[in-house]
Write a protein that binds this ligand. Structure first.
Ligand code: CP
Ligand code: NVA
Length: 308
């Protein structure tokens, strides 16, 4: 029976913190958890959740994952703790890691997350920053693997803002050798450091394509993926971004240009008639709710490795 392996790194701050083998291992464990073929007990282990931004899926899937493992979670809402009053991260991290066995943190700057990890004596997990959403990418590739069985010949096209979700898809995709195409409006391309890192991982294979032409990106693709146009923290840019992203909606015409067996993914929450039409969202091609469910299974797998 498959057992959780200890990971080489203590933290999961970026998709880059896992090796290709570790990603595959987590996806296999997650499948076993999903099929109820695996029982791991982390009795009395405690996960602290520090969320500076709203969350439905990440928060609840971590809570359920931890409770399925026999542990528990503490919701450390910054507005009702001293974090919201500006207690330094280095003090908060040193205290909370004496109480908790692992911390999952959703915040703005990646550097804040890194500061937590620097001062925490226990593993820290990225539950979304402005730069990455690596837990989401694990669930996304689990969903893709369920559909296509392996990653050979899979073309994943992401249409939207080149920020956190796109960046983690690029890095995780590079580690798994998947062709990733990003279609975004001019000025919304992914972080150049992430692009360079991914290209290094792909070595001389030209498997990462960044374009402003959605039709070029979608042609023959197996997976069409999108995310909100305005992310959390960008509420005051909504009007401007709606204008810039006009024409970047996944609609049935665009879907018809992809492979005939293509599936649709969305990390959620979704804004219908903006990044995706209701028709495509609700279509038979959508695997959006499988993808959301898989958040729980991959996080159960990740926690069991980090705490093993
Ligand atoms: N996809 C995702 O992270 O959803 P939440 O913001 O609800 O956690
Ligand atoms: N890009 C989105 C993802 C939400 C899960 C955001 O950061 O708000």
């Amino acid at each position: 029976m498959i057992k959780p392996n200890k990971l080489a790194k203590n933290n999961f701050l970026s998709s880059l913190d896992l090796s290709t083998d570790e990603i595959i291992h987590i996806l296999n464990l997650a499948r076993n958890f999903k099929n109820k073929d695996l029982n791991i007990y982390l009795k009395n282990k405690i996960l602290g959740l520090i969320f500076d931004k709203s969350s439905t899926r990440t928060r609840v899937s971590f809570q359920v994952a931890m409770s399925r493992l026999g542990g528990t979670t503490i919701d450390l809402n910054p507005s009702t703790s001293q974090i919201g009053r500006g207690e330094p991260i280095k003090d908060t991290a040193r205290v909370l890691s004496r109480y908790c066995d692992v911390l999952a943190i959703r915040t703005y700057n990646q550097s804040n997350l890194e500061e937590y990890a620097k001062w925490s004596s226990k593993p820290v997990i990225n539950a979304l920053t402005d730069i990455e959403h690596p837990c989401q990418a694990l669930a996304d590739f689990m969903t893709i693997k369920e559909e296509f069985l392996d990653f050979k010949h899979v073309v994943l096209t992401y249409i939207g803002d080149g920020n956190n979700v796109a960046n983690s898809l690029i890095l995780c995709g590079a580690l798994l050798g998947v062709e990733v195409r990003i279609a975004c409006p001019i000025g919304y391309e992914p972080n150049p450091l992430i692009i360079n890192k991914a290209r290094e991982i792909y070595m001389n294979k030209n498997l990462l394509k960044i374009t402003n032409n959605i039709y070029k990106a979608v042609s023959g693709a197996n997976v069409l993926y999108t995310d909100v146009w305005s992310s959390m923290g960008e509420e005051n840019q909504k009007e401007e971004k709606d204008k810039h992203f006009n024409g970047f909606t996944i609609d049935s015409n665009l879907v018809s240009k992809a492979d005939k067996n293509a599936i649709i993914l969305h990390c959620l929450p979704a804004y219908r008639s903006k990044e995706i039409t209701n028709e495509v969202f609700e279509s038979k091609k959508s695997r959006i709710f499988e993808q959301a469910e898989n958040r729980m299974h991959v996080q159960q797998a990740l926690l069991s490795c980090l705490l093993s």
